[in-house]
Write a protein that binds this ligand. Structure first.
Ligand code: XMP
Length: 419
């Protein structure tokens, strides 16, 4: 019988694991491999039929296997960059143990998905909430290729998008792809619901609820729809399955599923894909690169980048400032390197001087991070001369900004967004 023992020594960090490279899992490896350990308990005795194929000084069973039954157990994380050759371990498992042939290609995914959608939906009608983000965009184009005009996309433009974004989304989907798109311009409605609201979670809640309400109203105008399409991707499936821990921020673009839209079934064509695969699919479908590689943008939009209450004037200041920041990052060729970068309109006003005049205007903060999973992030080391150019442009070109600061906090302890 195997035993799980609470270790006296915790192993957190990268360690040399002594491995048995005659194992199928470690084919092509030397006899040690640097691996990431994060545990304080360990298996002290392996089950019958298993042998130990990896150890560290403090972990007697770092890897075990039963080759006949094809069971393999690792104490370390093969999936992280800190484990050397981790991908090779996973490949060995898939190719050598499971005998996978690896012939799956993105183009075959597109073909089979479109075929499957055609069969599933036939000549019925489907509805999709398009945000202009990569997931819903790819889902829209896939569905459009499968069912054409029987797909209707509703694009709720809450006015909290980045500068010109609403028009860009409309141009791409309506004109380039000829998708049946309804753009609902409801900025005033959102701003009046958000009037004097300063609490970040309340902003999210109001935006989520209002979004659903607008979507439902538009859907009702269309009449009966049979299918509701969602751009759910695999990490969403995992995250919604975990459901533990404290809510730091409610990260939902929308406030759940619309209750007052009747539909038969939900269609989630991207459910099995990771983000990079969604992007590849998008490129193969001919979606423009700037949309496919768009940095993540929160559902509540600029509302959570305006600290304190939201007004139309503040929104315009932030839109202009953010557009300048993004433009300069692109000019500096940093846009592919930085994972998320944006401007925050702080609620702070301070004294400055412009020409001979005293000013009393807003401070904006530049935020830019490098991250692979958005759960942790480090602030980006943008060169000073680029920061200076951005700062000069912001103060000169955007009225009511007289001070620019750069956020040098990583996550944790800060979060990426300020609200
Ligand atoms: P934080 O600020 O929690 O952000 O470090 C991590 C990532 O999530 C995005 N984010 C949101 N996305 N609705 C969203 O759809 C939200 O309410 C929300 N809040 C944060 C954030 O932009 C970053 O990519």
């Amino acid at each position: 019988m195997e035993q799980l023992v609470l270790g006296t020594k915790r192993e957190f960090g990268t360690l040399d694991v002594k491995i048995d490279n005659s194992s199928l899992l470690f084919k092509g490896f030397s006899n040690t491999n640097v691996c990431l350990m994060t545990h304080n308990d360990f298996v002290s005795k392996v089950p019958d039929g298993f042998k130990i194929t990896g150890v560290t000084p403090d972990c007697p069973v770092a890897v075990m296997e039963n080759e006949d039954k094809k069971f393999y157990g690792l104490q370390f994380h093969p999936e992280v960059n800190d484990t050397k050759n981790g991908v090779k371990i996973i490949e060995n498992f898939l190719y050598n143990v499971c005998k996978c042939s690896g012939e799956w290609k993105m183009s075959s995914f597109i073909e089979t998905t479109i075929k499957g959608l055609k069969e599933q939906i036939g000549d019925k009608k489907a509805l999709l909430a398009l945000s202009g983000g990569v997931d819903s965009s790819v889902a829209a184009v896939l569905l459009h290729k499968a069912i054409g005009k029987n797909l209707t996309c509703i694009f709720v433009d809450h006015g909290l998008l980045r500068k010109n974004e609403g028009d860009e989304v409309e141009e791409i989907f309506k004109n380039q792809f000829d998708i049946n798109l309804i753009r609902v311009n409801v900025k005033d409605r959102f701003l009046s619901r958000l009037k004097d609201v300063t609490e970040p979670e309340l902003k999210r809640k109001i935006i989520g609820e209002e979004f659903i309400r607008v979507f439902e109203e538009e859907a009702k105008k269309i009449g009966t729809v049979d299918y509701l399409v969602q751009g759910t991707i695999y990490p969403d499936v995992i995250e919604s399955g975990v459901g533990k821990g404290q809510t730091i921020k409610s990260h939902h673009n929308v406030g759940g599923l619309p209750e007052h839209v009747s539909f038969k079934e939900i269609v989630e064509p991207l459910r099995d894909l990771f983000k990079d695969e969604v992007r590849k699919t998008g490129l193969e479908l001919g979606i423009p690169e700037n949309l496919v590689f768009r940095q993540p943008f929160p559902g509540p939009g600029l509302a959570i980048r305006i600290i304190g209450d939201i007004t139309d004037d503040k929104l315009n200041i932030l839109k202009d400032a953010d557009a300048i920041f993004r433009e300069e990052i692109k000019i500096a060729n940093l846009d592919k390197e930085l994972n998320q970068y944006f401007v925050v309109l702080t609620n702070l006003k301070s004294v400055g001087v412009m020409g001979d005049e005293r000013t009393y205007d807003y401070t904006v903060a530049l935020r830019s991070v490098k991250t692979s999973d958005f759960m942790t992030a480090t602030w980006s080391r943008i060169p000073y001369d680029i920061l200076e150019k951005i700062s000069v442009r912001l103060v000169n070109e955007v009225k009511h900004i007289n001070r620019v600061v750069y956020d040098i906090t990583s996550k944790p302890p800060a979060t990426i967004e300020w609200e």
